[in-house]
Design a protein around this ligand. Structure first.
Ligand code: NAD
Ligand code: DAU
Length: 332
């Protein structure tokens, strides 16, 4: 049994990870989350009270973080400002949380010599051409495009420097685009599913040719647990499930599964600096740590995700109109 401190555990991927840990291990979990617009306590309902605790707070609060880190065996760091579009309109919170928040956590982990796992993104590598035969590997040079991805890149570099200079017991993972339950309606897949439920035509940025490499959130969780259990300190592991699809294909699939005309979507103004394509080569994680993804059928995964949003309207409805109003102002 280990005591895990999970930052950002009330967000999309963090809450999926907490449910996964509860179902698949006997570990004890404390979630530290500020409950920004992206955090939702409803995502953590039904967890066993004897193995789970929630603490509301900011990862940049050094005193709070010091006390919590000293009490746990492993810090699993998910908390971040995570949405590219928001980072283009108001970058400051991305610097505060992604850079200063990460700095605060690694200082505490260093002080108490605790195992630290840093969750990051494939976006730190920039983007690929549509016809590039290469995919991102752990050796790809950093080349982030947006305020979001540059602050994630900065946080990765802080963790690497703390490993080298101070012997921080850390691993890093960079994962591709996640889908599944509990994802905020600002993000692409939930936005289009809930639009279709509401009779609003889905919105594609630009031509819709941009490619994302989709992975189910449970596969991300199993990969992170594998790295915590078997990963080599100081190493970076890329997480991906060979799920490349362009945005147009994804919207058409959602509309088909929802019994609607697969051409009934609108093209809207493109995202500034929009990364064209992400693609992950996860051979290192598969070959060295023996991890394999379980969700190989994207079609079936999307069908389940649509069903989850149909069954859990009370979870997403409170955020929907404010999210769409914000997009409308931006012409998206
Ligand atoms: P999210 O926006 O859904 O959740 C972020 C959570 O962090 C929220 O619960 C929020 O309240 C919390 N938080 C934000 N600022 C905080 C602060 N200062 N102190 C404490 N808590 C704070 O994000 P997500 O999509 O679940 O992403 C989680 C992590 O995974 C991020 O680090 C992100 O960079 C990374 N990631 C995401 C994806 C993806 O596809 N969504 C892919 C790869 C990596
Ligand atoms: O690659 C990992 C990253 O994936 C994570 O680091 C980020 O935290 C996460 O938000 C996600 O970033 P993206 O920018 O790829 O995700 P988003 O859901 O915002 O958009 C996915 C694609 O869909 C992207 O090409 C933009 C496009 N899009 C998005 C929205 C919201 C649309 O075409 N229409 C939309 O309405």
């Amino acid at each position: 049994m280990q005591r895990l401190l999970v930052t950002g555990g009330a967000g999309f991927i963090g809450s999926n990870f907490v449910h996964y840990v509860m179902a698949n291990t006997d570990n004890y979990v404390t979630v530290l989350d500020k409950l920004t617009y992206a955090g939702n306590l409803e995502s953590l309902k039904g967890l066993p009270e004897d193995r789970f605790r929630f603490v509301k707070g900011d990862i940049s609060d050094a005193e709070l973080v010091d006390g919590l880190v000293s009490d746990h065996d492993v810090v699993v760091h998910y908390a971040a400002e995570s949405h590219n579009d928001n980072s283009l309109h108001d970058p400051r919170p991305f610097l505060d949380t992604n850079i200063i928040g990460t700095y605060t956590l690694i200082e505490a982990a260093r002080k108490y010599n605790k195992r630290f796992h840093h969750i990051s993104t494939d976006e730190v590598y920039g983007d690929l051409e549509l016809d590039d035969p290469e995919r991102f590997t752990e050796e790809t040079p950093y080349n982030p495009s947006s305020p979001y991805s540059s602050t994630k890149a900065g946080s990765d570099l802080l963790v690497r420097a703390w490993v080298r200079s101070f012997g921080l017991q850390a691993t890093i993972s960079n994962c591709s685009n996640n889908y599944g339950p509990y994802q905020h309606v600002e993000k692409f897949i939930p936005r289009q599913i809930t639009n279709a439920i509401d009779g609003i035509r889905p919105k594609l940025y630009g031509k819709g040719e941009n490619v994302r490499d989709w992975i189910h959130a449970d596969d991300h969780s199993s990969a992170v647990l594998t790295i915590i259990e078997k990963g080599v300190v100081g190493e970076t592991y890329l997480i991906g499930a060979d799920g490349e699809k362009n945005n147009k294909e994804v919207v058409e699939l959602i509309l088909r599964h929802m019994g609607q005309d697969s051409g009934a979507y609108d093209h809207v103004v493109d995202r500034a600096g929009h990364d064209l394509r992400y693609a992950i080569d996860s051979s290192k994680l598969r070959n060295e740590l023996g991890w394999t993804p379980q969700f190989s059928d994207f079609d079936a995964g999307i069908e389940d995700t649509i069903q989850w949003y149909r069954d859990n309207e009370s979870w997403w409805r409170p955020q929907k109109s404010a999210t769409e109003a914000k997009y409308k102002e931006q012409g998206q």
